[in-house]
Design a protein around this ligand. Structure first.
Ligand code: SF4
Length: 326
């Protein structure tokens, strides 16, 4: 079950600079606005949700560097969220930030104000990819950020951005391996896209950057996703959320509206092969609840031929997934 998270976007707020690949307004569908306006809109929305007995939800402060917001904004946002935690509307509060923008003391203070989880925009643990992407920190700092989030007693999510400039074969696999060792509570996978108006768009236009192809992304993310699943790490997002206007801003990169399903179904396919191999006899049929059709047979049933080549017929059933042996 994925948590119900109400996002509050604070585009670029607290960011030390604009990263090469980042265009928060098109990624979040929200323009840059004063924090006071965002705060007041959030207060009005929470009041409305409470009065209409809306179901409980988490709240996530995204799109900027929450731990570097100027005072008194982290406190004001968290106090507002805590007010509605006390009323039962908000269950948890999370924020996104950079690994070089957290300190043990700062995190403890934020936890005391009601913060529950930190999503670290790690992007990669690889020094070369981090340097060529101008992130301004090293893999060691990224690791340290994860450590102190945990030490502060906060839950941790890791965001990875495969295919950054400076990426080399094996970089993402290594990032996944490190992530499984850190074992965060959740992960997000955002393959690097070329968005109009970003410095990366200029690099791409000059021919100095080539994004991953869709097929490479599908294959590498499926392997990575399988490893994260086996480590018990919940993957809460694959690819950019389909915000209005985003499509028009994408110049290049592995964008597909069903990327998440394509990756999940391929990871499941590999998992099913592993399960089938352990049976001792070749299964002839795989039955699964109809609502999982897309997850099993893939986007537009793209995996059906692969199952057919193995002699496994796909059938929906009201029961839990099962193999039929003959
Ligand atoms: S990637 Fe993160 S730190 Fe960089 S500009 Fe975007 S929101 Fe700010």
């Amino acid at each position: 079950m994925r948590p119900r998270i109400h996002p509050v976007f604070l585009p670029f707020a607290g960011c030390p600079h604009r990263c090469l690949f980042c265009d928060q307004p098109s990624q979040t569908g929200v323009g840059v606005r004063p924090l006071a306006v965002i705060h007041d809109e959030l207060a009005a929305m929470l009041s409305r949700l409470f009065l209409t007995h809306a179901p409980p939800r988490e709240i996530g402060f995204y799109g900027g560097t929450f731990t570097s917001l100027p005072a008194p904004w982290p406190k004001r946002f968290l106090e507002l969220a805590t007010q509605y935690k006390d009323k039962g509307l908000i269950t948890k509060v999370r924020c996104s930030t950079r690994p070089d923008a957290v300190t043990s003391r700062g995190l403890e203070q934020l936890k005391g104000l009601g913060l529950d989880m930190v999503e670290l925009g790690i992007q990669s643990f690889n020094d070369e990819a981090l340097a060529q992407s101008g992130r301004g920190y090293t893999g060691r700092t990224a690791h340290w950020g994860c450590t102190i989030v945990r030490q502060a007693g906060l839950k941790l999510a890791i965001q990875l951005l495969p295919g950054l400039p400076g990426d080399a074969p094996g970089t993402f696999a290594r990032d996944i391996e490190i992530t499984t060792k850190i074992k965060p509570d959740a992960a997000r996978l955002y393959p690097c896209m070329v968005l109009d108006g970003t410095p990366l768009a200029e690099t791409w236009k000059s021919g100095d950057y080539t994004p991953w192809s869709l097929e490479r992304t599908r294959q590498e993310l499926a392997v990575g996703l399988g490893a994260l699943w086996r480590a018990g790490i919940q993957v809460i997002r694959i690819g950019l959320a389909p915000e209005p206007g985003l499509d028009k801003r994408i110049l290049a990169g592995p964008h597909h509206p069903s990327l998440g399903q394509m990756v999940r179904s391929l990871a499941l396919f590999d998992h099913i092969l592993l399960m089938a191999a352990g049976l001792g006899r070749t299964p002839v049929e795989l039955r699964y609840p109809e609502r999982y059709s897309g997850e099993i047979s893939g986007h537009n049933a793209e995996l059906e031929p692969a199952f057919a080549r193995l002699g496994i017929e796909l059938r929906t059933s009201w029961k839990y997934g099962q193999f039929l042996l003959r």
